[in-house]
Design a binder for this molecule. Structure first.
Ligand code: AMP
Length: 216
């Protein structure tokens, strides 16, 4: 029997949800849907949605629910989502969580937990490839050659919203608008906490262990 899973990854910005989402999507062969990536892509293409979203993103604020929900309702109806999906960075507000329920059911919400200090350290050292989007870290995951992507030779840069001032703002926004979702999903009985400390391989193992426990 194929085990279909609709999974939400929850946690503050910078905790490593994106990295875990990639690993899990490859392992379970289901799509990873990251609202941040979708909106950055729209911004790069300078679409009307992208232009609007960029102004919020650069300030570290949330893009209005209406815009995000419209994008996600369409995306979740696409064929590849029928086998299950991993949501990274969505929902981020109660309005979004309730909107999501109208489109799809959620089986498990993995809530990644780490200290604020560790999160700040991780996110402000992060470097992203201009071309392929590969992520590095100035201390923990250095590229072979300074400022250049190992995979495609693209130039690495620090995303505007990963600079310290904006990161602090994003963490504030998380506390106010997204953290209440922990209680919301706990009450629904679908929340599972995952310790996000340490190497990504170790966190991945914890994620798989948590999901395996749910299948039993
Ligand atoms: P991320 O890469 O997931 O941290 O997202 C980067 C930025 O995109 C956020 O700081 C928000 O401005 C915007 N964003 C991503 N996902 C959402 C969402 N679900 N709701 C509102 N804004 C979002």
């Amino acid at each position: 029997m194929v085990f279909i899973m609709n999974i939400v990854l929850l946690g503050p910005p910078g905790i490593g949800k994106g990295t875990q989402a990639d690993a899990l999507a490859a392992k379970l062969r289901i799509p990873k849907i990251c609202t941040g990536d979708i909106m950055r892509d729209e911004a790069r293409k300078r679409t009307p949605i992208g232009r609007k979203a960029k102004s919020y993103m650069d300030r570290g604020e949330l893009v209005p629910d209406r815009i995000v929900l419209e994008i996600m309702e369409k995306r979740l109806k696409e064929n590849d989502c029928r086998k299950g999906f991993i949501l990274d960075g969505f929902p981020r507000t109660l309005v979004q969580a309730k909107g999501l329920e109208k489109t799809a059911g959620i089986d498990v919400v993995l809530n990644f937990v780490a200290s604020q200090k560790e999160i700040l350290e991780r996110i402000t050292g992060r470097l992203t490839c201009q071309y392929c989007g590969e992520i590095y870290h100035s201390e923990f995951a250095r590229p072979k050659s300074h400022g250049v992507c190992d995979k495609c030779n693209g130039e690495l840069y620090q995303r505007e919203d990963q600079k310290e001032g904006v990161v602090r703002k994003r963490l504030e926004v998380y506390e106010k608008q997204t953290k209440p979702l922990i209680e919301y999903y706990r009450k629904k009985g679908v929340l599972a906490n995952v310790n996000a400390k340490g190497r990504k391989e170790d966190v991945s193992k914890r994620v798989l262990k948590t999901l395996d426990a749910l299948k039993k």
